[in-house]
Design a binder for this molecule. Structure first.
Ligand code: SF4
Length: 63
């Protein structure tokens, strides 16, 4: 599975980083960096939590 970010919706709040720091990092400039966009089955729960925590619904998980 793969993470997709809608950059037009992301406002750099970093809630996704708190839920899944292996995948998301917000830089000092407020830009989201995808540390890794690939999601293993073992990582799926934390990435889904990150997606749920995003207040602007900027994240989705692709098969
Ligand atoms: S939680 Fe959503 S808006 Fe905030 S940095 Fe992550 S993707 Fe962007």
């Amino acid at each position: 599975m793969k993470i997709e970010v809608d950059r037009g919706k992301c406002v750099g709040l970093g809630l996704c980083e708190a839920a899944s720091p292996d995948h998301f990092e917000v830089g000092d400039d407020g830009q989201l960096v995808l540390v890794s966009d690939m999601v293993t089955y073992g990582q799926r729960a934390e990435v889904e939590e990150a997606i749920r925590s995003c207040p602007t619904a900027a994240l989705r998980l692709l098969p």
